[in-house]
Write a protein that binds this ligand. Sequence first.
Ligand SMILES: Nc1ncnc2c1ncn2[C@@H]1O[C@H](COP(=O)(O)OP(=O)(O)OP(=O)(O)O)[C@@H](O)[C@H]1O
Length: 687
Amino acid sequence: MIDKNTISESYNEKQREAIAFSGKHLLLLAGAGTGKTKTIVGRAEYLINQGYRPEKIQILTFTKRAASEIVERVKAGISDQDVRSLNGSTFHSWCNQLIIKFPNLFGAANYTVIDPDDQLSIMKMACGAASEDYGKTRLKPQQLLDLFSFARNTRINLTETLRKLLFKGKDDLQTTEDINALKPQVELLIKEYQSQKLRQQYLDYDDLLLVVANRLNKDAEAREILAKAYDHILIDEMQDTNPLQWYLLKPFENICHLFCVGDDAQSIYSFRGADFKNVHLFQERVANSEIKVLDKNYRSTQEILDLSNWLLETSPINYNKRLTASRGAGKQPTIVNVANQFEEANYIANHILESFSEGGNSFTDFLILSRSQYYTRPLQAVFLQKKIPYQTFGGRKFLEAAHIKDLVSVLRVINNPMDEIAWIRFFTFIHGIGAVRATSYMSEVMRIEPENVHGLDLTSIIPGKEGIKAKSYYDAAYQNRGNVKMAIKDLYKTMEFDLAMKYSKDWYEKRKGDFPVLEILSENYATLGEFISEGILDNSANVAGSNTLGGSKINTAELKDHVTISTVHSAKGLEADVCFVLNVSPKTYPSAYSLGNIEEVEEDRRVLYVALTRAKNDLIITRSKESINAYHHQTDKDEDDTSDSAYFLEGLPEHLALQTSPKSFTAPVTDAKKANTIDLDLGMDFS
Ligand SMILES: Nc1ncnc2c1ncn2[C@@H]1O[C@H](COP(=O)(O)OP(=O)(O)OP(=O)(O)O)[C@@H](O)[C@H]1O
């Protein structure tokens, strides 16, 4: 038995107590930079050293990146070969693995996981099939999907979902009547979507969680089976769990031990149904549980924490949190007022290049945080111009790129011949086949008896040269169906010419390089089904060098020195020596859309808090001069609007940050010392 005194000196007393926790369930409430991630790593190591089997310990995180970081760190700390079976994944990926691992238990192993694009196609089919009802709703298919997903994730009823998402929470008589009028059609369309999905054997992301959660909540035998498979579940970012994830975790209360870490002040996923107050109710909800607290910050200097603490203190919510820096004092944060985005981008690029050439910093020391990836385009352009290597986090994922989806569609129909969306994508890829013909060929495929559909000859369905082409693609993949990498390699060889034609505009610059990457990615998967479902959920391959991969979350350790540009939402758990937080301007923090809604304003405050607390030594905040001036102009006019929540940095005490503006790019002009009177003759000859 190892006691807490034998745990490494690199942990502080409170961390050690948490690591060696011997009760049933624990919530570790800890502020930013207080060592949550480090403590999870320590807990996993400790449990393995205690003799628990690594495969019976599951680490759950919100991003694949966080999961692999934790698992890699545990592996680095323990030399034993066995540690390879330690598993870290996102909630969705874990449920997917359970479905594959226990095909009988969950009964969904032959289903295909679909991404949001595919979901939209199915919802469109559902709306088409029930067009009369759909016409009455005046909702878009995407809105219907959002309603469905929100209701499932928050587990609130349709009436309240409609009220919240479509009627801004209003509960007057007219709204109630409007909701009642809309409900039957929305219900019908959602049910139609669900039955289309089931018929074609698809699971959307929410289904993955529900399939597992329903079975475990309702079936004692299922709980017994999983109790044999798991001893401990370690959950990161507990404040971001939504009611559906709580529903999934609930049965584990009696299956194994839960070790949860979270920070209420970093909860930024309420749009997915997360509620930071959940962590406050932990002990009421989880029997036999305890709470411990970490409050010493190891990441940042006290000046960075002072600014972050101030931001939370100006909130009407009591977070009861004041972080102190174990590292002591450092540099004052800077606020840079910029004239426009190009000035901002040039300022950042020059700052980085100066620090780099002065020899003190490498590119990885810089982290740039923005609310949206879109906002960083001018910055990326300037970085390209100035040859600053960078990597982006957040944004569209690798396997969602059109050229990749074309190739994967062929693999999908081989894996699941009921996959209608994939058949249509496959057929319409062939030059000369449009949506109408593709749909009719797809219907013909659907009429084939299930036992004859595997390895079918597509020339018997599609006449002429298009049929020959379709057959060549299908066969290239089908013949290699037992070997994912070979299937991709052969299929790509067969499709390459047509892919290059379809995407001729940017084939060489943007797309061609992705296919070798896809092959490398496939090495991680044993079967086509696994590749398709896991790959779609999580394409964080340990590979780099592809343009499209720029938008995905890839393992930074594999990349050379680079700056990281990330959305704040993807920056959870990141830290850097120098951190730029972009555009902390009025109407962005909080967002213009949040104003008037206290919950949304406070979520925006937490987003900014997450951003500020990523910096270790140097925090540089930019904001737009123009929007500050407009804001002050507006508040001068409208004296009633004195709320601090209208702009978070309003009222910032001077000593908390230094203000500056970038040096002007044009050389300063020297005027005459004496002011002359104007000399203006008519300037023309009238002769
Ligand atoms: N006991 C300790 N001694 C020295 N350094 C520590 C200690 N605990 C954590 N750290 C360091 O503090 C930094 C923050 O730790 P970590 O990333 O684990 O915090 P966190 O609580 O997960 O942060 P956040 O929630 O803000 O992402 C890391 O650089 C880590 O190595």
